[in-house]
Design a protein around this ligand. Structure first.
Ligand SMILES: Nc1ncnc2c1ncn2[C@@H]1O[C@H](COP(=O)(O)OP(=O)(O)OP(=O)(O)O)[C@@H](O)[C@H]1O
Ligand SMILES: [Mg+2]
Length: 185
């Protein structure tokens, strides 16, 4: 059963893009860890909502998460296409409960330019949230509550000195698990 209250990581300051990179690396390690725990149900995509103003660093964070998860190619902002799909190759439990390199889809959404709330569904992306993988969504507000509930809401804001504040709110048991591991590292 899903609880109503979930853990919240106290906000952290990202002084530079290097800090964003370090955070992404930590997150990627926790994602890898979770994929190796048998008891966690990963039949649905891990879902991260990214909130924050234009230019705050949502795409930059996503780029570092992708790189930290082993993606070596380009990462472009999906603003005009709604979604950029990637294939990752990560260590995960397979059907016979062995740890093996597994292909995992990663969908990077930017819904800023959607002209109506359900455009993401009409574009054929409903299923990627209910299948294994990772979904990161910039501008989820544009979907006006039509997206499934994210495991984490990551809020970014710019401070007067141009540093960024990052805050995580977990909204699911998997999200809680991810934060717990995060606090241990
Ligand atoms: N601590 C930081 N973390 C991430 N980016 C930073 C940081 N400080 C400065 N930046 C800069 O801020 C910019 C963030 O741009 P980015 O495209 O990632 O923003 P965005 O939130 O995706 O914007 P949009 O809403 O337009 O998609 C980059 O130029 C990056 O170098
Ligand atoms: Mg962006």
């Amino acid at each position: 059963m899903t609880k109503d209250t979930h853990l919240i990581i106290s906000s952290r300051i990202l002084s530079s893009e290097q800090d964003t990179e370090a955070f992404a690396l930590q997150l990627a390690k926790q994602i890898q860890k979770i994929y190796q725990v048998k008891s966690i149900d990963l039949s649905k995509a891990l879902h991260f909502s990214l909130l924050g103003d234009l230019g705050v660093g949502k795409t930059t964070l996503t780029r570092h998460i992708l790189r930290s998860l082993g993606h070596t190619g380009k990462v472009k902002s999906p603003t005009y296409g709604l979604c950029e799909p990637y294939q990752l190759n990560i260590n995960a439990q397979n059907n016979t409960n062995e740890l093996a390199k597994t292909n995992l889809p990663f969908h990077h959404f930017d819904l800023y330019r959607m002209s109506y709330a359900k455009e993401w569904m009409d574009a054929g992306f409903r299923d990627v949230f209910s299948e294994p993988g990772i979904c990161v969504v910039e501008w989820p507000e544009k979907a006006e509550g039509t997206l499934p509930k994210a495991d984490w809401i990551i809020s970014l804001s710019t401070n007067d000195d141009e540093t960024r504040t990052l805050m995580i709110t977990s909204q699911s048991d998997i999200g809680d698990e991810l934060i717990k591991g995060f606090q241990e590292t």
